[in-house]
Design a binder for this molecule. Structure first.
Ligand SMILES: *Cc1c(COP(=O)(O)O)cnc(C)c1O
Length: 388
């Protein structure tokens, strides 16, 4: 990318835009055409067709996403899970083994445990904060190291520098799910990762109105993944491409607001006598705070906490708040609140959740674009109602 030196805000607006502009349109039009006129292509993968992810809406997004994380190339997919499954099915063959961080996104965990295991691809988990223990988990058939930048819902930040170095040293492909950080807070390729994956459903689109995914990396790897996606069929619809493209332009201003608001809310909750524990990597009390400070440009818009009492008090608190919407997912303009035991981690047994440090009364917050003082006032009244 020739314009690597440009800053994130500028790249979000200008990278990847059609040149010259189509009929002068400032905003890229939606190319709602499944197929395009034959132009002498000699490879199936180059025929222009929506499933082959090569319409003008795809191409513009690919250029923009690659530029954001200083990658050679990028690919958009029909969902975050389409990106994750397609990447892993490209990198792994039957008999291969994958090493993954121990607190994965639920869908990824289920894919590894349920679907890939059924195809003869095994995995084992490692503690992302303890690099000394990783070597013992290696097998001759280990091919991939799979990490997440910030974990859900405890917001852990693993030793990501060590992870990229470990993968390089042992000839593994390093893959990281960068959804929670977004390119504004972390750019995995700059830290030595081979492939960065996003659920664009979250921060990249930012408006809770589409599902989409992306992979960013070296051109040859992205080409292999693209060919796999062309066969699996998880392509992104042009209208969703358009919405993602539009959402991306405001990513940086949204994220900076969310970084600041989440820090303010976390600080408020930490001081409140009715709150037992707050998990936010921007707080000095977070076990990974020093590492987060070194690796990340912002601590993100996600936090989780436990209030005094049990599940009943947690549900009453959620009920008593007026601004956050009680819904799973994250990264949009509206503040969302959930109890992970009933949403993202409902598939695990209470014992497994306990072992992961996820109590049934844990509350997770995705901070939106409301004024943080209004959120704090809302939490104040909800907490005081719980105590009376
Ligand atoms: C939501 C999410 C996914 C899955 O993305 P979809 O777009 O829902 O398929 C993967 N990883 C993380 C960290 C997520 O938050």
């Amino acid at each position: 990318m020739a314009t690597r030196s440009r800053r994130m805000e500028t790249k979000l607006i200008h990278e990847g835009e059609p040149s010259p502009r189509i009929e002068g349109a400032v905003s890229i039009p939606i190319f709602q055409s499944s197929t395009f006129e034959y132009a002498g292509q000699d490879s199936y993968h180059d025929l222009r067709y929506i499933r082959l992810n090569n319409t003008p809406n795809h191409a513009a997004l690919h250029r923009k996403l690659a530029a954001l994380e200083n990658g050679e190339a990028a690919l958009v997919t029909a969902s975050g899970m389409a990106a994750i499954s397609t990447v892993l099915l490209t990198l792994l063959s039957p008999g291969d083994h994958l090493l993954a961080q121990d607190c994965l996104y639920g869908g990824t965990h289920d894919l590894l445990k349920g679907d890939l295991a059924g195809l003869g691809m095994e995995f084992s988990v490692l503690d992302g904060t303890a690099p000394r223990t990783w070597e013992a988990a290696l097998r001759p058939e280990t091919r991939v190291l799979y990490m997440e930048t910030v974990t859900n819902p405890l917001l852990q930040v693993a030793d990501l520098e060590a992870a990229a170095a470990f993968a390089r040293e042992h000839g593994l492909v390093s893959v990281i799910d960068n959804t929670f950080a977004s390119p504004v807070n972390f750019r995995p390729l700059d830290w030595g990762f081979d492939l960065s994956i996003h659920s664009c459903t979250k921060y990249l689109n930012g408006h809770s109105d589409i599902v989409a995914g992306a992979v960013i990396g070296k051109a040859d790897a992205i080409e292999r993944i693209t060919h796999k996606l062309n066969h699996l069929g998880g392509s992104l619809d042009p209208h969703a491409c358009f919405l993602l493209h539009r959402g991306l332009k405001t990513l940086s201003v949204r994220l900076r607001h969310q970084n600041e608001s989440a820090l303010a809310v976390a600080g408020y909750l930490q001081k409140h006598p009715g709150v037992r524990r707050v998990h936010y990597p921007g707080l000095e009390s977070h076990p990974d705070h020093a590492r987060a400070r070194r690796l990340l440009d912002g601590f993100g818009g996600m936090l989780s906490f436990e209030i005094e009492g049990g599940v009943e008090q947690a549900d009453a608190f959620i009920e008593n708040t007026t601004l956050p919407i009680s819904a799973p997912s994250l990264g949009g303009v509206e503040t969302l609140i959930t109890r992970p035991a009933t949403t993202s981690h409902a598939g695990l047994s209470p014992k497994d959740r306990e072992a992961m440090g996820i109590s049934d009364s844990l509350i997770r917050l995705s901070v939106g674009l409301e004024h943080p003082d209004d959120l704090i006032e809302d939490f104040e009244q909800a907490l005081s109602r719980g105590r009376s």
